[in-house]
Ligand binder design. Structure first.
Ligand code: 7PJ
Length: 279
């Protein structure tokens, strides 16, 4: 799958690995661990050395019920870090934000490569026109409601069909604001307003979304549905569950895997590719 950037593209046969770098005091996994700038930078370097293609920098937790932060605080957390990562490593950086101002500063001043918006351009009025002007790829993720409300009794008649229709609607919205089709990345939003059976259905039928002919991003690392399946309550201990599910996502068409544990994912994908590539 090709991923089109501001200038040129990158192409890989196996999925790209996106390493998660949370600079938040309250994310559900590793809370506060990388809030100190030097610790965050060291973790970014380690992920780059382990083979990450992209580092996803986020300054606001989107876990269910997490508090929102202001633009200035979010920018102060992420911008110096993005700048350093771009200067010191060869990896691409995505900015995980739903705020137009944060996205714009991250790209214009931090040289970020991708905007990762869990609201699919929906929470910030000017996000779509800003992304169009910046000409960067953007992740359009499916979410039911907002991070505050999404896990309050979500029900779907057919979750795959509903996400499919949502993708169509958000693609049309993006195109109507001048975003180029090849700059769109789709993400079904594992865990964002979904029950266990919804997450399972999405991963089983992920291949349906390849019909859009756009890269699919899957972010399932350590998420609670894995705990429900295998009985592990501690997110940091869901490494095996994460890896198993990511290999299914890879088989079913994922182009980007968003993970905490880059080294394990990269090594597993190398083996997976050798064992599954056509002879
Ligand atoms: C996702 C994300 C995801 C995208 C988070 C967590 C919660 N961005 N940001 N997709 N999840 N695109 O990592 O558990 O699934 S934050």
């Amino acid at each position: 799958m090709k991923l089109y950037l501001r200038n040129g593209f990158i192409e890989k046969d196996e999925p790209l690995v996106m390493g998660i770098l949370n600079v938040t005091p309250d994310s559900f996994s590793d809370p506060g661990r990388f809030l100190a700038p030097e610790a965050a930078l060291a973790h970014a370097r380690a992920m780059a050395a382990a083979g990450a293609d992209i580092i996803d920098v986020g300054g606001e937790s989107t876990r269910p019920g997490a508090s929102r932060v202001g633009v200035d605080e979010e920018t102060d957390r992420v911008l110096p870090l993005i700048t350093r990562i771009k200067e010191e490593t060869g990896v691409l950086v995505s900015i995980d934000t739903s705020k137009e101002e944060v996205a714009r500063l991250a790209v214009e001043e931090g040289d970020a490569d991708i905007v990762n918006d869990i609201s699919a351009l929906g929470f910030s009025e000017r996000m779509a026109s800003t992304v169009a002007a910046l000409n960067v790829p953007v992740v359009l993720m499916h979410i039911r409601g907002t991070p505050e409300t999404m896990q309050k009794d979500p029900v779907y008649a057919d979750v795959v069909a509903e996400i499919f229709a949502y993708f169509q609607e958000r693609i049309d919205y993006a195109l109507s604001h001048g975003i180029k089709k090849e700059k769109i990345i789709l993400d079904p939003g594992i865990g964002f307003g979904k029950r266990l059976e919804d997450n399972i259905a999405i991963l089983r039928h992920l291949g349906r979304f390849t019909e859009f002919d756009l890269p699919l991003l899957v972010g399932l690392s350590r998420k609670s549905f894995l705990g429900l399946i295998a009985g592990e309550k501690v997110p940091e201990k869901r490494e095996a569950e994460t890896l198993a599910a990511n290999l299914v996502a890879a088989r079913n068409g994922a182009a980007i895997l968003r993970v905490h544990d880059v080294a394990v994912t990269v090594k597993a994908l190398q083996v997976w590719r050798r064992l599954t590539e056509p002879e």
